[in-house]
Ligand binder design. Sequence first.
Ligand code: AHR
Length: 496
Amino acid sequence: MAVLYINPKNRKGHIQKELQGHFSEHLGRCIYEGLYVGENSEIANVNGMRCDVINALKELWIPVLRWPGGCFADEYHWKDGIGPKAGRKKMINTHWGGVVEDNSFGTHEFMELCEQLECKKYINGNLGSGTVQEMSEWVEYMTFEGVSPMADLRKMNGREKNYKVEYFGVGNENWGCGGNMTPSHYSNEYRRYQTFVRTYDHTSPIKKIACGANVDDYYWTEEVLKVCHDPNMMQGLSLHYYTIPGEWLDKGSATDFDASVWYRTMKKTLYMETLINRHGAIMDKYDPEKRIDMIVDEWGSWYDVEPGTNPGFLFQQNTMRDALIAGINLNIFNKHCDRVKMANIAQLVNVLQSVLFTEGAKMVKTPTYHVFSMYKYHQDAELVESFLETEEIGLEEAWKVPNLHESVSISKDGKMHVTINNLSLTESYSVDTLLTETQVASVQGTILTGKMNACNTFDDPERIKPAKFEEFTSMGNKVSFSIPPCSVLHLELELS
Ligand code: AHR
């Protein structure tokens, strides 16, 4: 029997909705085919954006979308992607599969996509191979309202009104694909480039995000903050961490794995919390008032690509293991909402841990999609204090994990949302939830469960889908239930 203690009176911080953000790169079939099929496609679309995908994503209340990369960002030249499509330059996408990029999806198309999704925009600029002028002009092109060469160019290209850009990344992975820089070199470059990322519309200042560390590169975090921790220069510092069950060159299959790989994967995904704590401690040293946000703008599972697919397209299946990865990470972000203000799972459609797959006119929702749909009630809610008694489980000493993992919030309408994951492959656990000085009026539950490698395919698209969960009892301040193995559960409590 586990006990989950919740103290609704102790509000721990605001869960910014951007913690459930997404990422879409010019990579494989994410943008082309996945999101954008062009105006002349036979697939139902509005201004080139697939209707099925837009509708599915809107159900997730998708808060923010990052674009155009990733590694692609540091070789993207935005002027190639504006103006009449016939005249747009073609290039080779050298990072991702060596395919031709025809630039038919550019700035205006991204803005159109975000307008349809009603989400915020996170644009990642090119510091690795672009100039300061190029970056500065992109911001001017998108956001300047008055008379200027770039604003005039935007108007000439059909958009009179300036766009809003909420977040701007100054380079991506500049320690690697974005230029192989040392942290001190990047920091000086950052100071220079960010100077020209100007806010023209002071009612909506652009948040500038610096390239942060890869995984546990604490040296990078320290060195960058040493040089640029002025919150006027930097409003966010990124962190990238992927859950890779195996090694970089042999990551492991998305679907063909055993129980020991399951627990290893769980352990590796839980490592996100250690990274947030340790990078966070360095941030606390330079920014004790927490004015600089931690932005986990790439996270999720990364496996070997599906056999027979282009290795540069990073297409992988998505199973209950991914559902647990999503549930655990979103719980971690909630619990660290004092510092983590945005997180973007990689990537939206058809790439890495996607929420959707497409094939021609067909679309499938992945288990990860369903977790986001169950967790969306945490968006813009208040984190509340919770403590869960757990036990260690697993097959090998080095890869032991807690059996259960939770986070709890109260949304604006006063409802409490408990999201809890059972990491065990074999055991159900009885949980008594006890609320301090608060009575429960009613409970509703939704569960996602299945075999560890169960997934949705185009032939069997609903094998994994949320179901109503009614196996609980509730009296006074207590809710009791039994959570089945390998599952993600959402309980919505009405309080009295
Ligand atoms: O998401 C795929 C790639 O992973 C991104 O382009 C890059 O930033 C990271 O290495």
